[in-house]
Design a protein around this ligand. Sequence first.
Ligand SMILES: Cc1cc2nc3c(=O)[nH]c(=O)nc-3n(C[C@H](O)[C@H](O)[C@H](O)COP(=O)(O)OP(=O)(O)OC[C@H]3O[C@@H](n4cnc5c(N)ncnc54)[C@H](O)[C@@H]3O)c2cc1C
Length: 676
Amino acid sequence: MTATTQAEDLVFGLTRVIDLPGLTAAGGAALGAEDIAAILGEAEKFARDLLWPHSQAADREGARLENGVVRTPESYKPAYRAWIEGGWQGLAAPAEVNGVEVGGQELPQALWMAVSEIVTSGDMSFSLCPLLSAGAIEALARFATPAQQAAWLPKLVSGEWTGTMNLTEPQAGSDLSQVRTKAEPDGTGGYRITGQKIYITWGDHDLTENTLHLILARLPDAPPGTRGISLFAAPKVLPDGRRNALRCGGLEKKMGIHASPTCVMLYEGAEAELVGEPNRGLNAMFAMMNAARLGVGVEGVAQGARALALAEAYAAERVQGGQPIARHADVARMLAEIRAITLAGRLLALEAGAALDRHRLLGDAEAEARVALLTPIVKAWCTDRGVDCASLGIQVHGGMGFVEDAGAAQVLRDARIAPIYEGTNGIQALDLVGRKLFRDGGAHMRGLLAEVKAADPRLAEAVAAMTRATDWMLERGLKDADAAQASAAAYLDAAGWTLGGWMLARAAAADARYAPLAGFYLARLLPRAASISATRAAKPKSIPCGGAKAHPVRRSRNASPATGACSVVCKSRLTLPCQSGVGNPLVNSPKLRFIATGNMCGWAFARPGRGDGPVQLGSSMAIAGRTWTVPVASAGRNCAPSGEFRPRRRAAPLPEQAAARICRRLTRPCRIDRPS
Ligand SMILES: Cc1cc2nc3c(=O)[nH]c(=O)nc-3n(C[C@H](O)[C@H](O)[C@H](O)COP(=O)(O)OP(=O)(O)OC[C@H]3O[C@@H](n4cnc5c(N)ncnc54)[C@H](O)[C@@H]3O)c2cc1C
């Protein structure tokens, strides 16, 4: 029996597991199994002909900023043209909004997710552009005025324009209450946006003439925190043909998705319109982010699919020990793991997509609660597993996996971003436990677990373990939030493994071809759920952190014995090629003083000589001898700072409070050892 292909699995999942034909028929717009197969067949052709053959070259070529213009790889131009001509962008977009025809096909979200998986496994960098546009369409369809919808939606739905999502700022990552970008009324009903956004995916490019930026910003006198954030839209090119006062100030150099331009966006009094109500911008953005989070979960699945395709092809050709390595039991085991995990994630994502469709098409409130519960699990579990599968894919290749030619390394580099953006996986776990579980006292989770248990007796043990973990979370969380939060990621992980088993059991019940794979998952992989969900947090503060001793590279001559933190002063004035006045004045201060945790991939804080508190410089700081290079992304400004810093004097141990504050921000919990 030959293995099923990605498209076959998707058609099977949509038709036989989540019964999309039945769901759409109930909603009054029936979509038959043949239609689904035909659409996915076309998507497969698009990815096979226009993305797969060029994706490695596109990765090598990368996105480039040349004289203020962002250039994308050459192969993206015909691919994007075909994307527009095929009408792909409008697949799940509305046909009409407020009586205005906007050109979408109104097909189900689950089908869009299946198409996205195929396109993303063809080239993840390329796929991010349509993904962001889809998010913008969703937000505008729900929150924009009819006039705004008429002006923008047809262009976005056709793909003639692209959309972006501008949330992140140097000091505002997971914590959007820190957003500082300003929006000032211009006296004519419009607004002027001033500020800087970082990490903006496809913030600028050469594939379309115009881009519509959705931006979070604060109105004058807005209340502090998340209640004072509004949503604005600013086109790159204004209706009268003038360039708006916004631009890409720099491109991040990244670990992966090299061909996706990740931009520092500078808004220098850009003309914009308010979208939705003042100070309710986060609501609108979250409406768009829920679908986007499912979309990012799909990226994890897609990377698993890409890893599998490369690994299976290599394992069939590579001969060792007198036979293709695919026939060696351990390699067969790795391939089976990638295949089973990828299929489990794929079907789980489709289940969430179907719940979204049930809610939208049939107004089913239960389905809405299910999407809410499944969204953080799909986002985090599928993306974590995408990274695992990419790593296993490299292992199957042996040494060839570690060199770039085989393409397996690119999969891991690309997959690694998905657990980070659209709300880190840690934040997803907190959302699952803190919001979704506590919101209804665990009722929906218990209902879901009952369904899982009824599907197959082999799931009983995992369900029992999940039930115990749910009880523990609900009980312990009320008394000790730290303990519950420290166990949230393990809880989400266990839920993912359990629900993945549920989906494969359903697949096996629907078609015996899937029984061996389901059997493998349930026997070999599902036990992870029980062992993970038995994990209970040791009190974070009782876990010692490595400190300077465990990581000698962290130690500098003046490292604080308390935390490994040290205080350094730049040797001389830093000359930083800032391109605008938006940059923080601190950057040019000769007294710039860094307090670094010394964490290799950790944090850096800058304080002015006589300062007003720590300023986050970024999430990575390369430490090589005494040369500390702060990468562009870290500075989060439109400059490329790089300088040499020398210790000025021996640093005094940090006061306990400051040390505790820094320790709290480390990714691992730690104990503060007082210097002896
Ligand atoms: C390639 C790329 C593309 C991106 N595209 C976009 C884009 O198009 N638009 C956009 O607006 N942004 C974009 N981002 C930004 C992305 O969404 C953020 O990086 C992400 O939200 C995390 O923010 P941060 O990097 O500041 O990390 P931080 O918020 O500083 O988090 C660092 C660590 O601390 C943890 N943490 C933070 N707060 C808490 C908490 N309260 N409790 C527990 N743990 C916590 C996090 O889980 C994480 O492990 C992109 C980023 C990258 C790298």
